[in-house]
Design a protein around this ligand. Sequence first.
Ligand code: SF4
Length: 238
Amino acid sequence: MISRLFSQLQRALDGQDAQATIREVCQILPADRLVLASSLGLEDQVLTHLVCAVHAQPRIFTLDTGRLFPETYETMERTMQRYGFRYEVLAPDTGELEALVRAQGPNLFYRSVALRKLCCAVRKTHPLARVLATADAWICGLRREQAVTRCAMERVEWDETFGLAKLNPLIDWTESQVWEFLRAHDIPYNPLHDRGYPSIGCAPCTRAVAPGADLRSGRWWWEQPEHKECGLHWKSEG
Ligand code: SF4
């Protein structure tokens, strides 16, 4: 059943542009089995605009790690006002988070890659698993040029980690295309992008970068580039 759905998505979305991808997938899947993942990034705002053009009440979720920038919450509010939907806001499990902070302190992520991944697991990956268990496909704003860890990603993938289809409608878009689309449609975006933050995650793990610097160099800047994923988008081998 699931593999038939995946084959259907691959056939229908092969060679489609972003708008057509969203339109097609919204026809193939019932609204309650399709989710858009949003961290309020530029690409997520483009996809939110496209999904809201098709669905009045789409399922758009966001992971509230508890460590986000104030500007990210403001962007969340402005986006809901503009499009008239409510985000599914996922919080970390209270008991798991309290145990982590009690054992390792609030800023464990600076001490090692392992501890940083543990924090991402509790604050992001585990809540993500909860919401993805309720869907047959998730839409993401990944682009190949964003990072070395994203070069091999495809428009339609099978997500081995979470067991559902993963759709990347903007996989071939350039950063310029994203900005052109945002401006052409007057889409709200996080004001930190205008202050040197090309990629925005949790506040303690994100910093501004110099103009022209690598897009994700301000994320977990103390780590090597090949480690810079939070467990949401690891590509399985094979
Ligand atoms: S990005 Fe930083 S603060 Fe946010 S979940 Fe990951 S390690 Fe924790």
